[in-house]
Design a protein around this ligand. Structure first.
Ligand SMILES: [Zn+2]
Length: 402
């Protein structure tokens, strides 16, 4: 009992004590908590709002929330080439004539051009007809006159060579004479008469000239601005199978750019098998083929041999090679189709103004079997348009020519 008594007060005491100390701890804790809470509230409530922070936050919000006007996804613009009528319209007019009227068969007086003054006629009538292979002081005089008018860039050396002949042909064509390269009385009279058109006044080359079986060129048609390919492009860029092969200057320059790009891509070993061919050249190809068929088939008539020939050889006047704008590009010693050179050119030629003129797909329109090696210069704009629309030249003319 006493223990219980003794212990009881102790027991009674201790919970009181514990309760007191607990209360004290709690009170202290509450006081600390209150102080912390109050100080937090005080700092939060009493501290003046940081206007700079708010302003910068607002700025940040404005900068982010209304998502910056996402730039219109630049619609990769259809590379529409809107040909200006000034460039394309005149071509359409010519297509109607199929190129036959480009250089009239007989000299036509050029409107507004005074005819040569009769004072020079006596000189001309007594002069000899100058032609390729001749030399002399009269050739020098001829060359000097051609140089003065911008047709010849060589020096006047008195030797009537290929360049002089080309200059005469161009002079004649520009001035409405029969472009035969022979500087006869009429050519000389006009050349020395002081009233001739200069090379600058030549009509722009029609790079879209359409030539096919239905639209043959006149046998007198000689293109402007022919150059010997090797004179413009080095052997490193392209080999020319037949030395002296000519083509239009602009087309040759584009050819050089195209082949240089191929070489830069690691594709080389190109050869030009053919470029400009005259009407007579083409006629000769036809006759060679006819003779070949006749030799192998003695019973065949000429008509049958011709018909067989025309399956693969263009009749004279219907070959694009007469325009000076077509090149047969090959690889020496191998079949061109399927070569890396063929694939590269077919993929990139349009970038340089060329088209693969005869494809299997367009055979019924072009009238020619597919020729993977035959490239036609039409200019960069037309080549891009034809490629994008999958048009052959006939279709291009049909759509764009009028
Ligand atoms: Zn060809």
């Amino acid at each position: 009992m006493p223990t219980t008594r003794k212990t009881t007060p102790m027991r009674k005491k201790s919970p009181d004590r514990r309760g007191n100390s607990l209360l004290r701890v709690l009170a202290a804790a509450c006081a600390v908590g209150l102080i912390v809470l109050v100080s937090v509230l005080m700092t939060g409530l009493l501290q003046p709002p940081n206007m700079d922070a708010i302003a910068s936050m607002q700025a940040a919000m404005q900068g982010i929330t209304p998502a910056p006007p996402t730039p219109e996804p630049t619609p990769s613009p259809e590379p529409t080439i809107t040909p200006t009528p000034a460039v394309y319209a005149p071509f359409g007019a010519q297509y109607g004539f199929g190129g036959e009227e480009l250089i009239p068969e007989t000299p036509t007086p050029i409107p507004g051009q005074p005819t040569p003054t009769p004072t020079v006629a006596p000189t001309a009538t007594t002069a000899r007809t100058l032609k390729k292979g001749m030399s002399g002081s009269d050739v020098t005089r001829l060359q000097q006159a051609l140089i003065n008018l911008g047709y010849l860039s060589d020096a006047a050396d008195g030797q009537f060579g290929a360049n002089t002949q080309n200059a005469v042909i161009m002079f004649q064509a520009v001035n409405g004479l029969t472009a035969d390269g022979l500087a006869g009385a009429q050519t000389q009279a006009l050349l020395y008469g002081g009233s001739a058109l200069s090379a600058d006044e030549a009509p722009p080359m029609d790079f879209l000239l359409l030539v096919n079986r239905d639209l043959p060129l006149n046998q007198n048609y000689v293109p402007m601005d022919l150059v010997v390919i090797e004179d413009v492009l080095s052997d490193d860029i392209v080999k020319v199978k037949y030395k002296g092969t000519q083509a239009n200057r602009t087309a040759v320059e584009a050819l050089g750019q195209m082949l240089s790009a191929a070489i830069a891509d690691g594709v080389d070993n190109f050869q030009i098998s053919s470029a400009y061919r005259t009407y007579a050249d083409q006629q000769q190809l036809v006759e060679n083929s006819v003779a070949d068929y006749q030799g192998r088939n003695p019973s065949w008539s000429r008509e049958r041999c011709l018909s067989a020939t025309y399956q693969t050889v263009a009749p004279a006047g219907t070959s694009e090679h007469q325009t000076g704008l077509a090149f047969d590009i090959t690889v020496p010693g191998v079949s061109f189709s399927g070569t890396e050179q063929q694939k590269w050119l077919h993929a990139h030629c349009a970038d340089y103004g060329f088209v693969v003129r005869f494809t299997e797909e367009k055979q019924s329109i072009t009238g020619f079997l597919a020729e993977s090696w035959h490239f036609r210069y039409v200019g960069v704009e037309a080549a891009a348009l034809m490629t994008r629309n999958n048009w052959c030249l006939e279709e291009y003319v049909e759509h764009m020519g009028s």
